[in-house]
Write a protein that binds this ligand. Structure first.
Ligand code: PMV
Length: 286
């Protein structure tokens, strides 16, 4: 029997713009998915195309038990975390000897297959390697970790990343003169943020700007605005939607002392709050 876990992720800066080759910053977060795999001739039926594909890809059969701390379909990368943890657990239980890089690309391949061609390699990368990740020129690499105090607000409004990405792409195709400067501004905010990781006030301000730019791209939602405003009023340095938008989650960068107050404000505004910070470990044996 082998149990492995893998973390979820948030985008700190640059979502949507990364689709057009701009830089982005993502971070692994503490809520994790735990997967236990055991060799079995007759596998128990699982209700997840991700897990089925993991066994298929590895060419083995087994039983599986999942425990997730991550809400699904909210843009926190839960499908990537399930896929990554399952692949690592199968690899261990069956002694298949794939390395971390091979398992990361396998996880991306599976996400792509299950999501019919459109998946973000960022989710599987962050979940596999953990920490703070810079996406640049369509490549990903780890940066030195930072201990940001983050409160996540889940709007509980479901969204479809594929549809939002397609919508932005259509908007850009028809209005390049309007949309390209917005993407350039997101790039500038992302790049400047890297020079201000230790200046949380400035970083918070950049999050506010990034949020406004994402709204200008058309991926806002009234519940996101509500949770973002509530967080700022409760003392956050700044707040923005995270991921595809149109619902899903927002993040607030907080002074340590106001984490609970911000979380309370999110709950009072009908969101679900998760107080979290960076998870520097990626996939991990339990
Ligand atoms: O919904 P999420 O958190 O998987 O966010 C997708 C982020 C986008 O930049 C919109 C798409 C992508 O592939 O990076």
């Amino acid at each position: 029997m082998a149990t492995w876990s893998a973390p979820g992720k948030v985008f700190l800066f640059g979502e949507h713009a990364v689709v057009f080759g701009k830089p982005g910053i993502a971070m692994a977060i503490k809520p994790r998915v735990y997967v236990t795999v055991r060799k079995a001739r007759n596998p128990a039926r699982v209700n997840s195309p991700y897990i089925e594909s993991c066994f298929e890809e590895m060419g083995v059969t087994g039983s599986v038990y999942i425990h997730s701390q991550l809400p699904s379909s909210s843009g926190l990368g839960s499908s990537a975390a399930v896929t990554v943890a399952t692949l690592f657990a199968i690899n261990d239980e069956f002694n298949l000897k794939y390395d971390r890089n091979q398992l990361a690309s396998m996880a991306y391949k599976i996400e792509k297959k299950v999501q019919h061609g459109r998946a973000s390699p960022t989710d599987t990368y962050v979940s596999t390697f953990g920490g703070l990740v810079l996406i640049k020129d369509n490549k990903r690499r780890r940066m030195p970790p930072e201990n940001f105090n983050i409160v996540i607000g889940n709007t509980l409004v479901s969204h479809k990343t594929t549809e939002l990405v397609a919508m932005v792409s259509e908007f850009r195709k028809n209005n390049p003169l309007v949309v390209d400067p917005i993407l350039d501004a997101i790039e500038a905010v992302t790049t400047r943020s890297m020079h201000n990781f230790h200046n949380l006030k400035v970083l918070g301000r950049y999050m506010d700007v990034n949020h406004a730019l994402l709204e200008a791209l058309g991926v806002g939602h009234p519940m996101l605005s509500r949770l973002v405003s509530a967080s700022r009023a409760a003392g956050a340095y700044g707040a923005k939607m995270t991921g595809a938008g149109g619902g899903g989650c927002m993040i607030a960068l907080c002074p340590k002392r106001s984490k609970s107050k911000v979380a309370g404000a999110i709950e009072a505004a009908d969101g679900r709050a998760i107080i979290t910070t960076i998870d520097t470990e990626g996939a991990r044996k339990e």
